[in-house]
Write a protein that binds this ligand. Structure first.
Ligand SMILES: [Zn+2]
Length: 424
């Protein structure tokens, strides 16, 4: 395992440094000096005090752009132009047995479904259900934030189809213009939506915190007291609140060559949250945590593992401190699958607090989740290169934990889901 990891680590580093050199205006690769190498700088690298190849740096210093560390405190440029991070696509030479998992081992509930217009027609539903069947996804919870007329239209299509037990729908809440009188109206709409057949609220999107404005024009803080009656109504009505707050912390950081999400941020401009326009990541996290703590009787499900899948100890502390908090695993597989031992232990320890969800509906991507959760495979590809410059590992969850993650926890938190016919 150690060898595998260290063998793939330097690759993106070289490429990144080369890219850095290219973008900083430096030559893509510095050419080695012509002629035979000077005495003591040939094939060997020289021992201490004997000179050696490359450019020396001081301990703790970084190599100059376009070079990489070849021996302690010595940096060198490659002898040929290096590819950019876009073009470097090495084929792994690791030979090991792989166990792809096209279908989940147990029927699963996708709590973070975005079927979008597939729920708007009978044909769309047929397409959706065929894809779900191929994955052993028994139930999709549509988290498309639909309320009022849009919600009832969706529910009608579902009720009039042969697939009525395969989809349930969360309602949305309109968080714009919060101020005096907002809560009463929002609660009335929520009660109407639940009566129409919604099973909970969500997904409350990241706009809440980042962009939503109050009636007076100020930013709507996640823990704004004007919202309190609404969250209390959710507790009274016994429905979970599925909420996505902010985005990965790196999206709020400077987009330099130390940012793990450089490529994604360079590809998608709307994922950048410059400090000049948006509150810092930690401010949003603090507001979110105060919101969860302020309403201990309301069940909150933090989407995307609260963006702390890269810091499981932090997420564990939150779950310890807030018994009303649950979390969902959508779109953070790259963080789960890069720490197979820690993630295994975390999923076992917090097995009653985790829900499966996928986020964007791409049927071909679900099997990566099944493989990470169900196998102990080593070093396999992730489905989106720009998310992660690394491979995934299986975390080998026991069956009892898989069942909780895939369906039991969702059923327990959401009484209005179809409760019959699941494996014990
Ligand atoms: Zn979502």
């Amino acid at each position: 395992m150690r060898i595998l990891r260290s063998s793939f680590n330097p690759i993106p580093l070289i490429a990144l440094l080369t890219l850095a050199a290219g973008l900083a205006g430096a030559p893509a690769a510095q050419q080695p000096p012509a002629g035979p190498p000077p005495e003591g700088q040939g094939r060997g690298f020289g021992g201490p005090g004997r000179g050696g190849r490359g450019t020396p740096i001081k301990p703790g210093e970084e190599c100059p752009p376009g070079t990489t560390e070849i021996r302690p405190d010595r940096c060198q440029a490659p002898e040929m132009p290096a590819p950019s991070i876009l073009d470097y696509r090495p084929h792994s030479t690791l030979v090991t047995s792989g166990h792809p998992v096209p279908k989940a081992k147990f029927p699963a509930i996708d709590y973070h479904g975005h079927p979008m217009n597939l729920t708007q027609s009978a044909e769309g539903l047929n397409t959706l259900i065929a894809a779900m069947d191929s994955l052993n996804l028994r139930l999709m919870v549509s988290a498309d934030n639909a309320s009022g007329e849009r919600l009832t239209r969706t529910l009608d299509v579902i009720r009039n189809s042969p697939h009525r037990d395969r989809i349930r729908v969360l309602t949305g809440v309109n968080l714009s213009g919060v101020g005096p009188g907002w809560a009463e109206k929002a609660i009335a709409q929520l009660e109407a939506d639940l009566k129409a057949g919604a099973v909970g609220i969500g997904e409350i999107g990241k706009g809440f915190g980042l962009r939503s404005r109050k009636a007076d024009g100020s930013r709507l803080h996640l823990d704004d007291p004007d919202l309190d009656p609404f969250w209390d109504a959710c507790a009274r009505l016994k429905i979970p609140v599925f909420i996505h707050t902010a985005d990965p912390a790196e999206f709020f950081q400077p987009i330099d060559y130390h940012n793990e999400r450089w490529l994604e941020l360079a590809l998608f401009g709307d994922r950048r949250y410059p400090a000049s326009e948006y509150p810092p990541f930690e401010e949003l996290m603090a507001e979110r945590d105060r919101l969860f703590k302020k309403h201990p009787k309301t069940t909150f499900i933090a989407a995307h593992m609260g963006w702390h899948a890269n810091d499981l100890a932090r997420l564990g502390k939150m779950l310890d401190a807030m018994p009303n908090l649950y979390t969902e695993v959508g779109a953070v597989l790259y963080d789960i699958g890069r720490q197979p031992r820690a993630a295994h232990d975390f999923f076992v320890k917090y097995q009653d607090r985790l829900l499966f969800g996928k986020d964007s509906f791409q049927p071909e991507e679900y099997p990566y989740y099944w493989r990470v959760f169900e196998t102990k495979d080593d070093y396999f590809d992730y489905y989106r290169n720009y998310h992660a410059f690394w491979k995934l590992y299986g975390i080998d969850l026991p069956d009892a934990v898989l069942k909780k993650l895939y369906y039991q926890n969702a059923l327990r938190l959401t009484p209005a889901l179809p409760q019959a016919g699941w494996p014990k």
